[in-house]
Design a protein around this ligand. Sequence first.
Ligand code: FAD
Length: 307
Amino acid sequence: MLAPLILAASRSDKMRAFVSAAPGTKQVVDRFIAGETVDQVIPIVRDATDKGLEVTLDVVGEDITTVEQSHAARDAYLELIGRLKDLGLGAKAEMSVKLSMFGQALEGGHELALANVRPVVEAAAEIGTTVTLDAEDHTTLDSMFAIHEELRKDFPQTGCVIQSYLFRTEDDARRLAAAGSRVRIVKGAYKEPAEVAYQDKAEIDKAYVRITRILMEGDGYPMIGSHDPRLISIAQELARKAGRKLDEYEFQMLYGIRSDEHVRLAAEGHRMRVYTAYGTDWYGYFMRRLAEKPANLLFFARSILTK
Ligand code: FAD
C-alpha cells in the first residue's frame, strides 16, 4: 500500500526538499549510502574486498536537467575509476550506471547518454573492470538496451539489468542469455503500471524464477540481484542443475541490506558483489530503498520525530 506513495514521492521536488532538510534523515541515509565522496567510499571498498566480497559502485544521481550535469556525472565516474586504478582496486570493483544521469531523458538524450557512458566504459576496461547499465523505469529500456548493444560491439563484457516485474523481460532474457553477456536480474524498483508489469509480489517472484532459469540455462553470465533467501536458494539449485560452476554466476546485494548474508555466501565460495552507492544526490535511490521495506519508513519516521 505504502510503496506506490513512496515511489511517487521519489519524483517530487517538494518531498525531496522536505526529506533532505529533515533532521534525522542523515542517520537513515547512511545505512544505504556509503558516503558522499570518493575518499569516503574507498575504505568501504577495501573493507569489502578484505572480507572476500566484490563491489559494484554507483555514483548516485538520476533525472538530471542539463547537459552540464550529464558531463559532471561522466566526470564523477572517471574520477572514481582513476582512483581505483591508482589504488590497484580495479579487479574487484565494477561500476553501475544509470543512463538518466548521463542525460538520457534530455533532448537528443539517447546519443548524449551513449557519448557520456562510452568513455566511462573505456576507462573501466583499461583498468580491467567493466560497467553494468542499471534498469530504470520501463520507458527508458529500449534506449538502454540499444546503448548496451552498441557498447558491447567494442566492450562485450558490458552488463545490463533486467526486471522480473515487467512482462517483456522473459523475451529480453532469452535475447540476452548469449555467450559473453553479463545480465543482472532484479525484481524491479520503480512504480510501473499494470499494462506493462505484474503488480502482485507472488507473480513477480514466479517470473524471477522463470527468468533465472533462462539465464542459468543460457550461455551468458547471470548476476542474481536479490536479498530474498528463497530466490537465492532457488538460483543456487538452478545453477547446479544447469551444470554451472561457482565462478560461472554471481550474487549481488545492496550495501546496508542483509550484510551478514553477503559474507556467508562469499564464505561458501560464491562470488558476492555488493552494490555500493555513494554521492550527494541520494534522494531517488534512498526513497526506493524505503519503498522496498515498510519497516524502513517507520525507522525513518521515528528518527525524524525524535530529532
Ligand atoms: P524483497 O522481497 O523485496 O526482499 C527480500 C528481503 O530482503 C526482505 O524481506 C528484507 O529482509 C530484505 N530487503 C529487501 N529490500 C530491503 C530494503 N530496502 N531495506 C531493508 N531490507 C530489505 N532495481 C531496478 O529497478 N533496477 C536496477 O538496476 C536495480 N539494481 C539492483 C542491484 C542490486 C545488486 C540489487 C540487490 C537490487 C537492485 N535493484 C534494482 C532493486 C530491486 O529491483 C529490488 O527492488 C530490491 O532488490 C528488493 O527486492 P529483493 O529481491 O531483495 O526482494
